[in-house]
Design a protein around this ligand. Structure first.
Ligand code: SF4
Length: 246
Protein backbone atom coordinates (compact mmCIF):
# COMPACT_ATOMS: atom_id res chain seq x y z
CA UNK A 1 0.00 0.00 0.00
CA UNK A 2 2.68 2.47 0.98
CA UNK A 3 6.42 2.33 1.29
CA UNK A 4 7.21 2.51 4.93
CA UNK A 5 10.02 3.07 7.34
CA UNK A 6 10.86 -0.50 8.12
CA UNK A 7 13.05 -2.28 10.55
CA UNK A 8 14.75 -3.94 7.61
CA UNK A 9 17.54 -5.16 9.83
CA UNK A 10 15.01 -7.48 11.43
CA UNK A 11 14.82 -9.60 8.28
CA UNK A 12 16.70 -8.11 5.31
CA UNK A 13 15.95 -11.11 3.05
CA UNK A 14 12.27 -10.09 3.04
CA UNK A 15 13.14 -7.16 0.81
CA UNK A 16 12.51 -7.96 -2.83
CA UNK A 17 10.25 -10.95 -2.23
CA UNK A 18 6.74 -11.19 -3.68
CA UNK A 19 4.23 -9.81 -1.19
CA UNK A 20 2.55 -13.09 -0.28
CA UNK A 21 5.81 -14.88 0.38
CA UNK A 22 7.23 -11.85 2.18
CA UNK A 23 4.15 -11.72 4.42
CA UNK A 24 4.65 -15.37 5.32
CA UNK A 25 8.33 -14.77 6.09
CA UNK A 26 7.42 -11.76 8.16
CA UNK A 27 5.00 -13.81 10.24
CA UNK A 28 7.70 -16.48 10.73
CA UNK A 29 9.91 -13.73 12.10
CA UNK A 30 7.14 -12.51 14.41
CA UNK A 31 6.65 -15.98 15.91
CA UNK A 32 10.32 -16.06 16.90
CA UNK A 33 10.42 -12.48 18.22
CA UNK A 34 11.73 -11.96 21.75
CA UNK A 35 12.05 -8.16 21.81
CA UNK A 36 9.88 -7.63 24.90
CA UNK A 37 11.28 -9.52 27.90
CA UNK A 38 8.26 -8.78 30.11
CA UNK A 39 5.84 -10.23 27.57
CA UNK A 40 8.02 -13.22 26.72
CA UNK A 41 8.17 -14.08 30.44
CA UNK A 42 4.44 -13.54 30.82
CA UNK A 43 3.65 -15.89 27.92
CA UNK A 44 5.56 -18.66 29.64
CA UNK A 45 3.50 -18.15 32.80
CA UNK A 46 0.03 -18.22 31.23
CA UNK A 47 -0.30 -22.01 30.71
CA UNK A 48 0.51 -22.60 34.38
CA UNK A 49 -2.73 -20.78 35.27
CA UNK A 50 -5.14 -22.29 32.74
CA UNK A 51 -8.81 -22.12 33.60
CA UNK A 52 -10.36 -25.58 34.08
CA UNK A 53 -12.25 -25.40 30.79
CA UNK A 54 -8.95 -25.16 28.91
CA UNK A 55 -6.91 -27.62 30.95
CA UNK A 56 -6.52 -30.01 27.99
CA UNK A 57 -5.16 -27.31 25.72
CA UNK A 58 -1.54 -27.11 24.74
CA UNK A 59 -1.16 -23.31 24.73
CA UNK A 60 0.52 -21.56 21.80
CA UNK A 61 2.16 -19.01 24.14
CA UNK A 62 4.34 -17.34 21.51
CA UNK A 63 3.93 -14.10 19.55
CA UNK A 64 0.89 -14.38 17.28
CA UNK A 65 1.25 -13.94 13.54
CA UNK A 66 -1.27 -11.83 11.64
CA UNK A 67 -3.39 -13.72 9.13
CA UNK A 68 -5.75 -13.39 6.22
CA UNK A 69 -5.90 -12.72 2.52
CA UNK A 70 -2.64 -11.23 1.16
CA UNK A 71 -4.73 -9.45 -1.51
CA UNK A 72 -7.06 -7.96 1.10
CA UNK A 73 -8.62 -4.55 0.66
CA UNK A 74 -9.68 -4.44 4.31
CA UNK A 75 -7.28 -4.39 7.26
CA UNK A 76 -8.56 -4.99 10.80
CA UNK A 77 -6.22 -3.82 13.57
CA UNK A 78 -6.74 -5.33 17.02
CA UNK A 79 -5.05 -4.30 20.23
CA UNK A 80 -3.30 -7.45 21.46
CA UNK A 81 -3.95 -11.19 21.73
CA UNK A 82 -6.03 -12.45 24.64
CA UNK A 83 -4.09 -14.62 27.09
CA UNK A 84 -6.77 -17.35 27.12
CA UNK A 85 -7.92 -16.75 23.53
CA UNK A 86 -5.51 -16.27 20.65
CA UNK A 87 -2.56 -17.00 22.90
CA UNK A 88 -4.11 -20.41 23.57
CA UNK A 89 -5.27 -21.29 20.04
CA UNK A 90 -2.37 -19.76 18.10
CA UNK A 91 -4.41 -17.43 15.92
CA UNK A 92 -5.59 -13.88 16.53
CA UNK A 93 -9.15 -13.61 17.92
CA UNK A 94 -9.63 -17.37 17.58
CA UNK A 95 -11.44 -18.90 20.54
CA UNK A 96 -12.19 -15.68 22.40
CA UNK A 97 -15.31 -13.59 22.92
CA UNK A 98 -14.09 -10.63 20.89
CA UNK A 99 -13.41 -13.06 18.06
CA UNK A 100 -16.99 -14.35 18.23
CA UNK A 101 -18.23 -10.84 17.50
CA UNK A 102 -15.59 -10.03 14.92
CA UNK A 103 -15.83 -13.30 12.98
CA UNK A 104 -19.62 -13.21 13.03
CA UNK A 105 -19.59 -9.70 11.52
CA UNK A 106 -16.95 -10.65 8.95
CA UNK A 107 -19.01 -13.68 7.91
CA UNK A 108 -22.22 -11.66 7.69
CA UNK A 109 -20.57 -9.17 5.35
CA UNK A 110 -18.78 -11.72 3.17
CA UNK A 111 -15.24 -11.48 4.52
CA UNK A 112 -15.10 -14.93 6.15
CA UNK A 113 -16.30 -18.42 5.27
CA UNK A 114 -17.58 -19.30 8.77
CA UNK A 115 -19.45 -17.32 11.44
CA UNK A 116 -16.99 -18.29 14.16
CA UNK A 117 -13.68 -20.00 14.77
CA UNK A 118 -12.73 -21.75 17.98
CA UNK A 119 -9.56 -23.51 16.81
CA UNK A 120 -6.90 -22.56 14.30
CA UNK A 121 -7.46 -25.81 12.35
CA UNK A 122 -11.23 -25.56 11.84
CA UNK A 123 -11.11 -24.33 8.24
CA UNK A 124 -11.86 -20.68 8.98
CA UNK A 125 -10.65 -18.42 6.17
CA UNK A 126 -10.72 -14.70 5.52
CA UNK A 127 -11.43 -13.28 2.10
CA UNK A 128 -10.49 -9.71 1.10
CA UNK A 129 -9.58 -9.11 4.75
CA UNK A 130 -6.41 -9.30 6.82
CA UNK A 131 -6.22 -9.19 10.62
CA UNK A 132 -3.29 -7.73 12.52
CA UNK A 133 -2.72 -6.16 15.93
CA UNK A 134 -0.92 -3.33 17.66
CA UNK A 135 1.17 -5.87 19.57
CA UNK A 136 1.41 -9.62 19.04
CA UNK A 137 2.03 -10.97 22.53
CA UNK A 138 -0.70 -11.09 25.19
CA UNK A 139 0.11 -8.39 27.77
CA UNK A 140 -0.86 -8.64 31.46
CA UNK A 141 -4.29 -7.02 32.02
CA UNK A 142 -4.44 -6.30 28.28
CA UNK A 143 -2.20 -3.30 28.89
CA UNK A 144 0.93 -3.13 26.77
CA UNK A 145 3.70 -0.73 27.78
CA UNK A 146 4.56 2.10 25.37
CA UNK A 147 7.96 0.58 24.64
CA UNK A 148 6.32 -2.76 23.80
CA UNK A 149 4.05 -1.05 21.29
CA UNK A 150 7.13 0.59 19.75
CA UNK A 151 8.99 -2.73 19.65
CA UNK A 152 6.12 -4.27 17.70
CA UNK A 153 5.45 -1.35 15.35
CA UNK A 154 7.99 -2.35 12.65
CA UNK A 155 5.96 -5.50 11.97
CA UNK A 156 2.83 -3.43 11.39
CA UNK A 157 4.75 -0.99 9.19
CA UNK A 158 6.05 -3.86 7.12
CA UNK A 159 2.52 -5.23 6.74
CA UNK A 160 1.32 -1.83 5.52
CA UNK A 161 4.08 -1.97 2.95
CA UNK A 162 3.30 -5.51 1.78
CA UNK A 163 -0.50 -5.35 1.76
CA UNK A 164 -0.60 -3.40 -1.46
CA UNK A 165 -4.36 -3.42 -2.05
CA UNK A 166 -5.60 -2.12 1.30
CA UNK A 167 -8.31 0.50 0.89
CA UNK A 168 -10.03 0.48 4.27
CA UNK A 169 -8.51 0.15 7.75
CA UNK A 170 -10.67 -0.64 10.77
CA UNK A 171 -8.78 -0.25 14.05
CA UNK A 172 -10.68 -1.89 16.91
CA UNK A 173 -10.83 0.54 19.81
CA UNK A 174 -9.08 3.74 20.71
CA UNK A 175 -5.56 2.40 21.31
CA UNK A 176 -5.48 0.61 17.96
CA UNK A 177 -6.85 3.78 16.33
CA UNK A 178 -4.17 6.01 17.89
CA UNK A 179 -1.38 3.59 17.06
CA UNK A 180 -2.61 3.06 13.50
CA UNK A 181 -2.58 6.81 12.94
CA UNK A 182 0.93 7.03 14.36
CA UNK A 183 2.10 4.27 12.03
CA UNK A 184 0.45 5.90 9.03
CA UNK A 185 2.21 9.17 9.81
CA UNK A 186 5.52 7.29 9.95
CA UNK A 187 4.83 5.99 6.45
CA UNK A 188 4.38 9.54 5.17
CA UNK A 189 0.66 10.23 5.65
CA UNK A 190 0.09 13.85 6.51
CA UNK A 191 -2.90 13.26 8.77
CA UNK A 192 -4.31 15.93 11.05
CA UNK A 193 -5.32 15.14 14.58
CA UNK A 194 -8.42 12.94 14.35
CA UNK A 195 -10.91 12.20 17.07
CA UNK A 196 -11.95 8.72 18.10
CA UNK A 197 -15.55 7.54 18.46
CA UNK A 198 -17.76 4.80 17.13
CA UNK A 199 -18.60 4.87 13.43
CA UNK A 200 -16.42 7.77 12.32
CA UNK A 201 -15.08 7.67 8.82
CA UNK A 202 -11.97 9.47 7.61
CA UNK A 203 -10.59 9.73 4.14
CA UNK A 204 -6.80 10.00 4.18
CA UNK A 205 -4.57 10.84 1.28
CA UNK A 206 -1.68 8.42 0.91
CA UNK A 207 1.86 9.70 0.17
CA UNK A 208 1.36 8.63 -3.47
CA UNK A 209 -1.89 10.63 -3.73
CA UNK A 210 -4.37 7.77 -3.44
CA UNK A 211 -7.06 7.57 -0.80
CA UNK A 212 -7.33 5.30 2.20
CA UNK A 213 -10.39 5.13 4.40
CA UNK A 214 -10.19 4.78 8.16
CA UNK A 215 -13.35 3.63 9.95
CA UNK A 216 -13.46 3.73 13.73
CA UNK A 217 -15.27 1.38 16.10
CA UNK A 218 -15.41 0.51 19.75
CA UNK A 219 -13.49 -2.69 20.45
CA UNK A 220 -15.75 -5.77 20.67
CA UNK A 221 -14.31 -6.59 24.10
CA UNK A 222 -16.58 -8.03 26.77
CA UNK A 223 -16.19 -4.79 28.66
CA UNK A 224 -18.00 -3.05 25.80
CA UNK A 225 -20.35 -5.81 24.61
CA UNK A 226 -21.60 -6.86 28.05
CA UNK A 227 -22.29 -3.30 29.13
CA UNK A 228 -24.18 -2.44 25.94
CA UNK A 229 -21.64 0.21 24.96
CA UNK A 230 -21.26 -1.79 21.75
CA UNK A 231 -24.28 -3.69 20.38
CA UNK A 232 -24.42 -6.10 17.44
CA UNK A 233 -26.26 -3.59 15.21
CA UNK A 234 -23.65 -0.95 16.06
CA UNK A 235 -20.82 -3.33 15.21
CA UNK A 236 -22.48 -4.53 12.00
CA UNK A 237 -23.00 -0.93 10.95
CA UNK A 238 -19.18 -0.63 10.76
CA UNK A 239 -18.96 -3.44 8.24
CA UNK A 240 -21.82 -1.99 6.22
CA UNK A 241 -19.70 1.17 6.00
CA UNK A 242 -16.70 -0.91 4.96
CA UNK A 243 -18.70 -2.65 2.21
CA UNK A 244 -19.94 0.68 0.88
CA UNK A 245 -16.39 2.01 0.66
CA UNK A 246 -15.01 -0.91 -1.37
S1 SF4 B 1 4.98 -7.76 21.45
FE1 SF4 B 1 5.80 -7.74 19.37
S2 SF4 B 1 7.89 -6.91 19.60
FE2 SF4 B 1 7.22 -7.58 21.64
S3 SF4 B 1 7.99 -9.70 21.82
FE3 SF4 B 1 5.86 -9.80 21.06
S4 SF4 B 1 6.07 -9.87 18.83
FE4 SF4 B 1 8.04 -9.14 19.66
Amino acid sequence: MVKSIIDSQARPEIEGMKSEMALEKLQDTVIRCRKCPRLVACLQEVPAHKPKRFRDWDYWSKPLPSFGDPDARVLIVGLAPAAQGGNRTGRMFTGDRSGEWLFNALYKFGFANQPNSLRSDDGFKLSDCYITATIRCAPPQNKPLPEEIENCRPYFLKELDLLEKIKVIVPLGQIAFTQTLKSLRLTGFNTPSLSFGHGKIYSLRTPNSQFLTLITTYHPSQQNTQTGKLTRPMFHQIFEMVRKKL
